[in-house]
Write a protein that binds this ligand. Structure first.
Ligand code: HAM
Length: 467
């Protein structure tokens, strides 16, 4: 038992009460056994975090698909003469309300809007087309040789019900040809998208096409459609009852079973096309025939966006429309530039979602390899070896040679294992001895043969062997 401290007179010393712990200066306080006591770990308040519903991370192992997609899109765009444009991720909300259309699902249910502190109302882009048209007008692109052919890619946002092929943040690529009314432009857009799918080695996809007319003939068709649906008023869903009043064309898009049963007997827009729209559609189909691009006429396809006129089309995987949705969707929008205050300018374009296409690449088991340059791998032993390796790593990196390393590992075995996993052709081993003697051990990872090479000759030797 520890004895109490005694005063000179032999009585135990009175303990004075301390309110504050005594500050320890200099060396840390020692415990009774003489070892420094461990500082107490502050408690970290934990919160659980997850990606927002309907969004996803693109992990390193999946990047190869995204790289392949971007590369293919860039190459095809260049071959067809489309120039890259990038527009802001958010725009004035009215651009979409007016452009995409007040009564569309995108505006009614899916658009993400926000107000700034200054009171401006913006929206995260739910699609690219209105932004590109805004840019065309704002930058006076009408003065450039027409058509102005633009393409873009990036994230778009729609508050959709998350399910297979449907995300709230997804990636789209768009091709838009603004300033040409000829059906050649419609076909070139279709051709570009087909080429992208083919180059990605996607097998078995189907092009569906229709014409939805123009402001001259479309109203007649809408009247006939409303008449037909009025007879079926009691058989349609609540949403369709609303569509019947606000946007009858959208009745043909309804996915509810009871409404789907009514669609096949509905009047078809092709029977109402004016002469100009009929001629445009005929020319488009003839050009497709000439180019041997097969298609299915889909007289009840109208697409869910308000700006379309004349041609509309979609490309789906397989022979039938499946749950995941269209891979590509597009069409002509001859009135959008004028609606945004520009001169009357015909236009046509299309877009496709990265996620849907990548899911097909995976489903069809299409091999996408990461194209890697041959790699060398630094293996180091001991402090001096590590320092020398670090320096050599930089020298190779500067010369454009890909170098792998496992500097956090100390054992030769685990470093060589890492080199093997990275499929390195050559491992460069530097230990204490090699560092002092200014040498490097070059190990051929395929044969396992090792040679000692002077440090000042190693660059030349590696380059020779990587050729
Ligand atoms: P869209 O049909 O709304 O057209 O979308 C085009 C493509 O984007 C779809 O075919 C699909 O691949 C992808 N996509 C749409 N929604 C989602 C989602 N929630 N999750 C994943 N992917 C999705 C447009 O956006 C028009 N701006 C196309 C256009 C351009 N028309 C003329 N020019």
């Amino acid at each position: 038992m520890p004895r109490k401290k005694q005063t000179k007179r032999g009585r135990p010393k009175k303990q004075t009460k301390r309110t504050k712990p005594k500050k320890t200066r200099g060396r840390p306080k020692k415990s009774k056994r003489g070892r420094p006591s461990k500082p107490k770990k502050p408690k970290i308040k934990k919160i659980s975090v997850q990606s927002p519903k309907g969004t996803h991370d693109i992990l390193p192992e999946n990047q190869k698909y995204w790289i392949k997609m971007r590369k293919t899109i860039n190459n095809v765009a260049e071959e067809y003469g489309f120039k890259r444009i990038d527009t802001p991720i958010f725009e004035d909300v009215n651009l979409y309300i007016k452009g995409t259309g007040q009564s569309t699902d995108i505006i009614q249910k899916e658009i993400y809007t926000f107000k700034t502190k200054g009171g401006d109302a913006y929206a995260l882009r739910p699609e690219f087309t209105p932004g590109i048209v805004r840019s065309y007008i704002e930058h006076g692109m009408k003065k450039r040789p027409q058509p102005v052919k633009l393409y873009t890619l990036g994230p778009v946002f729609r508050h959709d019900k998350p399910q297979a092929g449907r995300y709230r943040q997804f990636y789209q690529f768009n091709f838009e040809s603004i300033g040409d009314q000829s059906s050649l432009s419609d076909v070139q857009i279709i051709q570009a998208f087909i080429h992208i799918l083919k180059r990605l080695k996607i097998k078995n996809f189907t092009l569906y096409i229709n014409s939805i007319g123009c402001p001259i003939c479309a109203p007649e068709y809408k009247k006939a459609l409303v008449q037909y649906y009025r007879k079926h008023r009691n058989d349609i869903c609540v949403d369709c009852k609303k569509r019947l009043k606000e946007n009858p064309l959208r009745l043909l898009d309804c996915k509810k079973t009871k409404c789907k049963n009514i669609i096949p007997e509905a009047p078809q827009v092709v029977d109402f096309l004016c002469d100009e729209c009929k001629e445009h559609f005929k020319e488009t189909l003839e050009l497709l025939d000439e180019l041997e691009i097969s298609y299915i006429l889909d007289p009840l396809m109208v697409r869910g966006l308000d700006y379309y006129t004349k041609t509309v089309f979609e490309i789906w995987e397989g022979d039938q429309k499946s749950e995941i949705g269209a891979l590509v969707g597009g069409g002509r929008y001859d009135n959008l530039v004028e609606m945004f205050g520009g001169k009357p300018t015909p236009a046509v374009g299309a877009a496709a979602g990265f996620e849907r296409i990548i899911s097909i690449i995976k489903k069809q088991d299409i091999k996408v390899r990461e194209k890697k340059k041959p790699e060398i791998f630094m293996v180091q032993l001991g402090e001096m070896g590590k320092r020398r390796s670090l320096k050599l790593f930089e020298e190779f990196r500067k010369k454009g040679i890909r170098v792998g390393e496992a500097f956090s590992k100390d054992s030769m075995k685990s470093q060589l294992k890492a080199a093997d996993k990275r499929k390195a052709k050559i491992a460069l081993i530097i230990g204490q001895k090699e560092a002092i003697e200014e040498n490097v051990i070059l190990r051929d990872m395929t044969s396992g043969n090792q040679e000692v090479i002077p440090m000042n000759k190693i660059m030349k030797e590696v380059k020779k062997r990587l050729k």
